[in-house]
Design a protein around this ligand. Sequence first.
Ligand SMILES: *[C@@H]1O[C@H](CO)[C@@H](O)[C@H](O)[C@H]1NC(C)=O
Ligand SMILES: *[C@@H]1O[C@H](CO)[C@@H](O)[C@H](O)[C@H]1NC(C)=O
Ligand SMILES: *[C@@H]1O[C@H](CO)[C@@H](O)[C@H](O)[C@H]1NC(C)=O
Ligand SMILES: *[C@@H]1O[C@H](CO)[C@@H](O)[C@H](O)[C@H]1NC(C)=O
Ligand SMILES: *[C@@H]1O[C@H](CO)[C@@H](O)[C@H](O)[C@H]1NC(C)=O
Ligand SMILES: *[C@@H]1O[C@H](CO)[C@@H](O)[C@H](O)[C@H]1NC(C)=O
Ligand SMILES: *[C@@H]1O[C@H](CO)[C@@H](O)[C@H](O)[C@H]1NC(C)=O
Ligand SMILES: *[C@@H]1O[C@H](CO)[C@@H](O)[C@H](O)[C@H]1NC(C)=O
Ligand SMILES: *[C@@H]1O[C@H](CO)[C@@H](O)[C@H](O)[C@H]1NC(C)=O
Ligand SMILES: [Cu+2]
Length: 588
Amino acid sequence: MLASLKSLVVLALAATTAQAAVVTYNWNITYVNANPDGLHERRVIGVNGQFPVPAIDVTLNDTLVINVINQLDTPASLHSHGLFQTGNAQMDGPSMVTQCPIPPGANFTYTIPIEQHGTYWIHGHFGGQYVDGLRAPLIIHNINETYKYDGEYTVALADWYHREHPVMLEHYLSIFNPSGAEPVPESGLINQMTDAKFNFAPGKTYRLRIINMSALAMFHFHIDGHEIEIIEVDGIDVERTKVESFAITAAQRYSVLVTAKNDTSMNYVLHADMDESMFDIVPPELVLNVTGTIVYDEKSPLAGYSQWEEFDDASLVPVVPETTSNPDKVYTLTAAFNVLNDYSNKATFNDITYVMPKVPSLYTALTTGENASNEAVYGKYTHPMVLKHNSWVEIIINNDDPGNHPFHLHGHVFQIVGRSKGIHDPSMPYDGYFNTTNPSRRDTVLVPSEENVAIRFKANNPGVWLFHCHIEWHLQAGLATTIIEAPEIMPSVLKIDQTHIDHCKALNIPFRGNAAGNEGLDLTGENVGPDPLPGTFTTKGKVALAFTIISALLGLATVIWYAREDDAQLSAEIARAKAAKAAAEEEN
Ligand SMILES: *[C@@H]1O[C@H](CO)[C@@H](O)[C@H](O)[C@H]1NC(C)=O
Ligand SMILES: *[C@@H]1O[C@H](CO)[C@@H](O)[C@H](O)[C@H]1NC(C)=O
Ligand SMILES: *[C@@H]1O[C@H](CO)[C@@H](O)[C@H](O)[C@H]1NC(C)=O
Ligand SMILES: *[C@@H]1O[C@H](CO)[C@@H](O)[C@H](O)[C@H]1NC(C)=O
Ligand SMILES: *[C@@H]1O[C@H](CO)[C@@H](O)[C@H](O)[C@H]1NC(C)=O
Ligand SMILES: *[C@@H]1O[C@H](CO)[C@@H](O)[C@H](O)[C@H]1NC(C)=O
Ligand SMILES: *[C@@H]1O[C@H](CO)[C@@H](O)[C@H](O)[C@H]1NC(C)=O
Ligand SMILES: *[C@@H]1O[C@H](CO)[C@@H](O)[C@H](O)[C@H]1NC(C)=O
Ligand SMILES: *[C@@H]1O[C@H](CO)[C@@H](O)[C@H](O)[C@H]1NC(C)=O
Ligand SMILES: [Cu+2]
């Protein structure tokens, strides 16, 4: 089905001269077959029979309506990444945080008043469905753009796997992967293909909207022979900043202006090089340097290659300034990966690995009255942080892991006010502040290994917002916390319609009470996660210990996850191992 189902209804607003539109998309989510890298045809998740999923395109002050029909055999939900959803948290999308997922065969309508402009994306937020294809750019035009340009292109960068996400995830989180090695993608794609082309006309200026829709891969972006000027970062317009190249981690966005050459004698390569430091192994057949082409003339040859330098995103200056305030509350969150007491490698913030509650946290906030302000009702393993309305909050994110992690906050942009090397000790004063006068703002920030970043935001958006690593594997490994913002006024601001409740009922998910589905503070039966192993081992020590335990239990020498075994065989092995472990535990 190729016909676009987008329809545009212009509402005449009698009282004002402003023209706001209701823009409706009908999204029939189904499996389709596709072979985006030309190496392997597989089942992917598409929309209206199409893959890649076409972009959503709206204008500031429109109302975006997405009528979802879930024709998959699993539940699904959609998150509009980077949108504030002010007073609309029930439309944010993450399953078991702001809604019960949409059951197979059911429909759900996301109604989203558009209050921002810039470059965003929309993706599945049930399991890892976006990794299997359920992801698309979401472009919001300003009514009057800050910068002028003659044309625009979206450049969506993504990594691509040949196996389906649930199969890879089971192995990733299993006791067979004690070092927590992430599945390495088979390809990198630009606009979900390997040969994307962008036509430039001489002398014109283009806005390129670059979106990183990866599950894991980070890209370094650069265009041969052309200067690029950054003008937007995660929806925030910034002063023009000339750069040669920039890194863009999963879920980040940049807009750049590129002025075309004055002649058409050459075409040029657009580079999005995958950062190999993110991968535990780099298979020899993996092409790291993903490219597209800037085409001036189909018949012209490609120009040669050049070197470039990178820049620092915290140096970007927002066009609309925003000062910061001293925080009313400071949290320090230390991210780490460890083998926990279920012998699998999981991610933790302050030793807690995120586990979904029995009741979506937003429904808990709306149904527990005075207890909604008590963190305990959300359950220990959602790692709740209750914020007072309009308070200023600072989070110091420590990355105590050998890998780099991009952290994303739903419902906000945050200010990047500090950073330093090493792991900040919360009992000491913070020494990493570097800018509290109009600091750079964005919704996803990269925290390099063994460094920390301090972010600030005002808790002015009542709702429940996930704060998590946007490497999909790490989110699934539990690298998330839940921000409960202004629970005291949430019931007067947010409205849950009957569809939410119907979907919970259909999936047998309780929709009121605390995280365990009980009244008051009785959390008997709540979902619990694995906890850290006892003792004070180093990470390496813990991995080694777990290896010893697993080897002793199962008589296995070593298991290497990325070996491309047959999926069925892997699943069988995992099932056998689980049974063996259960049997061993029973004997004890
Ligand atoms: C957009 O919406 C805002 C808030 O409702 C309003 O103040 C503004 O005038 C609108 N702008 C236009 C151009 O319609
Ligand atoms: C959704 O797509 C599936 C598969 O293409 C099709 O069978 C079904 O009729 C579609 N449903 C609607 C409501 O368009
Ligand atoms: C979902 O929406 C489609 C298209 O509007 C409709 O044909 C179908 O009956 C709806 N399904 C359910 C379960 O409401
Ligand atoms: C658009 O912005 C420009 C420059 O900021 C300004 O001169 C112009 O008046 C604005 N146009 C409208 C319709 O707001
Ligand atoms: C996309 O994000 C991943 C994960 O942070 C990162 O490794 C990769 O470099 C990013 N891609 C680009 C183009 O920067
Ligand atoms: C293109 O030509 C115009 C007019 O001569 C000049 O101002 C401009 O700098 C040139 N642009 C580039 C990218 O060379
Ligand atoms: C890939 O790009 C990097 C720069 O990001 C460069 O150093 C390297 O030589 C390129 N590799 C190939 C095979 O082109
Ligand atoms: C802090 O931010 C302001 C405004 O964004 C900028 O002008 C200034 O250079 C920054 N200072 C530092 C030390 O980065
Ligand atoms: C809050 O929790 C306490 C302790 O369990 C309970 O007695 C009280 O009824 C709860 N309040 C509400 C409004 O549920
Ligand atoms: Cu991560």
